[in-house]
Design a protein around this ligand. Structure first.
Ligand code: MTE
Length: 342
């Protein structure tokens, strides 16, 4: 159950490519469906960014002007892995919680079919010295990609083991140069009821007050385990899993891992979060996986691990503190009463 962190988790010089390899890699990503028409839009984006007063503009059409160092995707590092059986891809992509596309587990795959994610803009603002606006292309090419195999534990007491592709959230936050006043990060999902039918349907959308919002303390956001995922099982994220970019915080209940993010704002105050607003006595801000603190309506001591097909194969296993990542993250909560800060 332990996470293995091989020494190779540190990037070595030969894993970092020069511009020629970077361009080859872009071709590869293009073939894999990672890069779309976004690159063609960079002129319009630049104009929009200039209008919005956002600087550090990233123009991906001109890599020479941007001295990027990127990993060859085929050699993506695998800094965090587990030897547990992975959840099959069709389960990962057809048993979803994504209320914007329907509150039943099978609905997101159905209603997110054809969800257009290019163009896309993710802004990073608030208590930062360098606000950023990343376009669709930048999400996939600005940071070296890694594959990380993480456990995902839902507050509903089921879990999966998923090979994500993405990069540490800290990499992005560092580029925005946070001010010392930044204590939290507030995340927001796209709000577009025309494209997300659950957002204006009580029937589909489960009565959530949209847009879906989440938050982390800044030290949680900067923790090396916290990642932004752009893919899973070696492909771009499907709509139902949060395309084009989502958060993955493996030691917290799954609802913290907000999907289809358009905004990250560094703040001085703890931001409101969707499930906490909906039912504060059931869902806290921290939402660390904790087998010792039950949900008011069910036990959190064990979970149904979704592996291969068939009900019998859905193993029930003990839930571990911090979802098995205690060694890495328990120190973040030293001295805190985890029963009160659930
Ligand atoms: N993000 C948004 N925007 N809307 C949602 O409904 N559901 C959350 C989280 N992120 C949700 C979301 C919940 S409850 C879980 S368990 C995970 O996404 C599920 O991720 P998955 O469908 O990729 O397994």
């Amino acid at each position: 159950m332990l996470i293995k962190i091989p020494r190779t988790s540190k990037l070595t010089e030969n894993q970092v490519t020069d511009e020629a390899v970077y361009l080859q890699r872009r071709q590869l990503l293009k073939k894999m469906g990672f890069i779309g028409a976004g690159a063609l839009l960079s002129g319009a984006i630049a104009a929009r960014q200039a209008q919005a007063g956002i600087f550090d503009i990233f123009d991906d059409d001109k890599p020479k002007e941007v001295p990027l160092k990127a990993l060859d995707f085929t050699k993506a590092t695998k800094p965090y892995i587990t030897d547990e059986v992975m959840t099959p891809e069709d389960k990962v992509t057809h048993h979803n919680n994504y209320y914007e596309f329907g509150a039943k587990k099978s609905q997101p795959a159905e209603y997110a079919r054809g969800f257009v994610t290019d163009p896309w803009y993710l802004k990073v603002e608030g208590e930062v010295n360098k606000p950023l606006l990343l376009d669709y292309d930048a999400l996939f090419s600005r940071f070296p990609l890694q594959e990380r195999i993480y456990r995902l534990r839902c507050v509903e007491a089921w879990s999966m083991v998923i090979p994500w592709i993405g990069f540490p959230l800290a990499d992005l936050i560092k580029q925005a140069d946070p001010k010392s006043s930044a204590k939290y990060v507030a995340f927001q999902t796209l709000y577009d009821p025309e494209r997300m039918p659950g957002q204006d349907s009580r029937f589909l959308g489960g009565g959530i007050d949209y847009p879906y919002v989440e938050g982390l303390r800044i030290d949680e956001a900067m923790h090396p385990l916290t990642m932004l995922a752009v893919g899973l099982y070696g492909k771009a994220l499907p709509g139902q899993n949060g395309a084009p970019i989502r958060l993955v915080v493996p030691w917290k209940y799954g609802f913290k891992s907000i999907k289809s993010i358009v905004s990250m704002k560094l703040t001085t105050q703890q931001p409101p979060t969707t499930w906490n607003k909906l039912a504060p006595q059931e869902y806290g801000f921290y939402a660390n996986v904790n087998p010792a603190v039950d949900h008011p309506r069910w036990s959190q001591a064990s979970e149904r691990r979704i592996t291969t097909g068939g009900l019998l194969a859905n193993n029930r296993i003990d839930t571990l503190p911090f979802n098995g990542y205690a060694e890495e993250v328990a120190g973040l909560y030293k001295g805190m009463d985890l029963r009160r800060n659930y």
